[in-house]
Design a protein around this ligand. Structure first.
Ligand SMILES: Cc1cc2nc3c(=O)[nH]c(=O)nc-3n(C[C@H](O)[C@H](O)[C@H](O)COP(=O)(O)OP(=O)(O)OC[C@H]3O[C@@H](n4cnc5c(N)ncnc54)[C@H](O)[C@@H]3O)c2cc1C
Length: 471
């Protein structure tokens, strides 16, 4: 309960963003109380048995560093140097993400990461209440009702300010929208996903190359696999929801049983089939996950409530940036509070100061969230359909050559998003310019022979100012 205390905040959701934000705010002297719908993962076992993992990139690492937990997280992370493309004929091709091992991404286990962050949040002074699902909010009275889903028991609390880190299906957002003045649209993708598992080999080691993000691109659909430090891989199969009228491509409507999924893997992912012994069981026990992009026009209700992470801007997972972006949000919100809310502020002025902080946070982060949402949608096409195309590979070759010639100016799209922390909106704007240059210079070519490097150099100097962070 934080009412009356000008240095108190109530967080809803102790997932990835909520637990990191709880650390950052507690370290700054805020009295932080967090309410989480689920049970304590340290007690209950957090839906163990399956390993769900995420790609952690530089933006996320920077935020973890700011909270002093980077080393603890990285101790359990598995390096991924690039995309390992699995052809239909079983051929393998590693496409590096960066120039060397300083430009890589990391596979982290969602549950382990969450536990690491929760423990650090409690050490920093946050109080976390589990089995408390936000149900309804009366913003004018400053009261909220929470429910314990184990026995449906309600608990009413008083609050001064709520922070919604309760994910894509945010109950706080629903209450803000219900109150009025917020426009919310979720555009669901016409594709969904299922998670499957590759177990460790007989010796406990990895069955396929551990230091890569594996992709089986198949046009309108694909499989990916990320390593876990215990020797397993989490495989995610992305399929359209409905069959395309003009093809016999699989879809969630046409592949319904374990036998049908085995037939699909035998035809389209034969090398993966041999690695997934529990394919039918995984398929039948895991419901398909929906994928969507959430567009919300405002993220805060004056100084009384603010949203961040997926609650404010859920995105499709194809750039591996949802968590990374949510972690950047946490640092941005903590810093906006530093700038706008004095340590001692009279109660009457605290709400106004919080409102200024939330407005500054929204102004900084909303255009960037919109940019990574758009880039994540684009990346789906690239991953499932483009990574093995000749024209795509030639553009990548030219991109690398231009980066070598103009390292401060021509920085590949993936590098800007993944290995740097320039604002996403800036990365998107520069990527659009670069993409046009790459397409124009490679159209009609099979290789880079005869490229007019001088003209390209002039175009790049005119259109792409130097980037300070580039090396
Ligand atoms: C298939 C898939 C793959 C992904 N891969 C990546 C990746 O590789 N890299 C990456 O950066 N991102 C990835 N993401 C995105 C990433 O999972 C999210 O962006 C990230 O989890 C957002 O963090 P969050 O804290 O905002 O939400 P969440 O992690 O969803 O946490 C929300 C928390 O709020 C709790 N909660 C919900 N409702 C209530 C309520 N009413 N009351 C109280 N508590 C509540 C939940 O139990 C949960 O603990 C992926 C997403 C998907 C679906």
């Amino acid at each position: 309960m934080d009412t009356g205390d000008t240095r108190a905040l109530t967080l809803i959701g102790a997932g990835l963003a909520g637990s990191l934000l709880a650390i950052l705010l507690s370290q700054r002297g805020w009295k932080v109380t967090v309410y989480e719908r689920r049970g304590d993962p340290r007690v209950k076992g957090y839906e163990r048995g399956r390993s769900i993992n995420l790609a952690l990139a530089e933006r996320g690492r920077l935020a973890l560093r700011a909270a002093g937990v980077e080393d603890a997280v990285m101790a359990q992370a598995v390096m991924m140097r690039g995309r390992m493309i699995h052809g239909l004929d079983g051929t393998l091709q590693l496409q590096r993400y960066g120039r060397d091992d300083s430009e890589v991404i990391w596979s982290v286990h969602r549950a382990d990461l969450n536990v690491t962050l929760l423990e650090a949040a409690e050490r920093a002074g946050a109080t976390i209440h589990f089995h408390r699902r936000l149900h309804t909010v009366d913003f004018d009275a400053g009261t909220a009702r929470l429910i314990d889903d184990r026995d449906d028991q309600p608990q009413d609390i008083r609050f001064g300010t709520l922070i919604g880190s309760d994910g894509a299906g945010s109950a706080l957002r629903a209450e803000m929208v219900r109150r009025g003045g917020f426009e919310e649209v979720t555009e669901f993708l016409d594709h969904s996903y299922k998670e499957l598992t590759i177990p460790p080999g007989p010796d406990g080691g990895f069955l396929i190359e551990p230091n890569a993000l594996h992709i089986w691109p198949r046009g309108r659909y694909m499989c990916i696999a990320l390593p876990n430090d215990e020797g397993t891989f989490t495989v995610t199969l992305f399929l359209p929801n409905l069959p395309a009228p003009d093809s016999d491509d699989p879809s969630f409507a046409s592949v319904r049983s374990g036998a049908e999924v085995r037939a699909l893997f035998a035809r389209d992912f034969p090398d993966a089939l041999a690695l997934i012994p529990d394919l039918e069981r995984d398929w039948e026990h895991h419901p398909p996950g929906l994928l969507g992009t959430l567009y919300l026009d405002r993220w805060h209700l004056d100084g009384r409530a603010v949203l961040l992470g997926d609650a404010a801007h859920a995105m499709v997972p194809f750039h591996g940036q949802g968590m990374n972006c949510a972690f950047e949000d946490c640092v941005a919100l903590a810093e906006a509070l530093d700038r706008h809310v004095p340590v001692t502020v009279p109660p009457g002025l605290a709400r106004r100061a919080l409102e200024r902080a939330f407005a500054a946070f929204q102004a900084e982060r909303k255009p960037n969230a919109a940019a990574i949402q758009a880039m994540a949608l684009d990346n789906y096409i690239e991953m499932r359909d483009r990574v093995d195309d000749a024209d795509f590979l030639l553009q990548r070759e030219l991109e690398r050559a231009l980066q070598r010639r103009h390292p401060q100016r021509f920085v590949p799209h993936y590098t800007m998003v993944t290995f740097m922390h320039i604002p996403y909106a800036q990365a998107l704007a520069r990527s659009q310019v670069q993409h046009a240059i790459l397409v124009e210079a490679t159209t009609g070519r099979r290789d880079l022979d005869g490229i007019d490097w001088d003209t390209l150099a002039r175009t790049i100097e005119q259109q792409l100012p130097e980037l300070e962070q580039a090396r």
